[in-house]
Design a protein around this ligand. Structure first.
Ligand code: GLN
Length: 271
């Protein structure tokens, strides 16, 4: 890992964990966004895709864990619990972005397809539970997001991220613990289920935002990259086109043009 301001000789290694198990919601696009934002700055990048059954490396700088269905997320957890590769990487300072099922499996526990609690990896201080509420499906918009600056020993420093936008699609709800921060308060949608969205412990970030989240929120992409290469190494990019799309998407979410809709499963369950 390199500290702030260091120049890297080696490529930034991005590990995409089990996209064949956790690739249902297009979160693989987060790797594309990170790789492109590094390439635009002439910073070499190496994207390492790890399929189910393959040994996950513990040497990546940044890991991406995506969203998926209840069954595959149990298998992904089993593999990561056995190898402990992600635990070793996080202990060594690696950055992790875990989306939806990814966030759930990084917590202490989450429900499987039968609703039975499964032990998570314990890298995020949160519990995911089943609730007697409809599946959360639709646009998810936060108020201004911020995370504690992991390089500030006082714990008072904050990294500001502005409004976060994306879509959500999950049955479980996540209860954040005392040892972590949340990303933001929710403006539109469900998020964790208690009015907050996301869970952050050090450089491990969990979120319910699909989109992919880093395509819709380039400030979050650069925050994660800055934690790897040093924020001062990241030359500013022109995100004008993304800003236009964000403006349109924020307006649509707020005017409920894209209001959450119930799934067929929820409608049938209620009938
Ligand atoms: N299977 C989990 C749930 O429904 C996660 C879904 C997802 O990753 N979008 O809660």
């Amino acid at each position: 890992m390199s500290g702030s301001g260091d120049r890297r000789d080696s490529a930034v290694r991005i590990g995409v964990l089990f996209p064949d198990l956790l690739g249902t919601y297009g979160d693989g696009g987060n790797a594309v966004v990170l790789a492109q934002r590094l390439a635009w700055r002439d910073i070499p990048v190496d994207v390492v895709t790890v399929a189910a059954g393959q040994a996950a490396p513990d040497s990546c700088d940044l890991y991406l864990v995506g969203g998926g269905e209840d069954g595959p997320q149990v298998q992904a957890t089993r593999e990561l619990a056995q190898s402990r590769a992600l635990h070793r990487a996080v202990d060594a300072g690696a950055v992790v972005l875990a989306v939806c099922a990814g966030m759930q499996i990084l917590g202490h526990r989450f429900p499987d397809a039968a609703g039975t609690d499964q032990a998570g990896l314990g890298l995020l201080d949160c519990d995911t539970v089943r609730v007697d509420r409809p599946r959360a499906v639709g646009e998810l918009l936060t108020r201004d997001a911020a995370v504690p600056d992991p390089s500030d020993p006082s714990g008072a420093g904050r990294c500001e991220l502005g409004v976060l936008t994306g879509f959500e699609n999950h049955a479980g709800r996540t209860v954040p613990g005392q040892e972590c921060a949340t990303l933001a308060a929710v403006e539109v949608g469900e998020g964790n289920g208690d009015g907050t969205e996301g869970v952050v412990c050090g450089k491990v970030v969990g979120t319910y935002l699909h989109g992919p989240v880093l395509a819709r929120n380039p400030r979050l992409a650069d925050l994660l990259l800055g934690w790897v290469v040093g924020a001062d190494v990241l030359a500013p990019l022109d995100d004008g086109e993304v800003d236009e799309l964000r403006t349109e998407r924020l307006r649509a979410a707020r005017s409920h043009e894209l209001a959450p809709r119930r799934s067929w499963r929820d409608l049938l369950r209620r009938s």
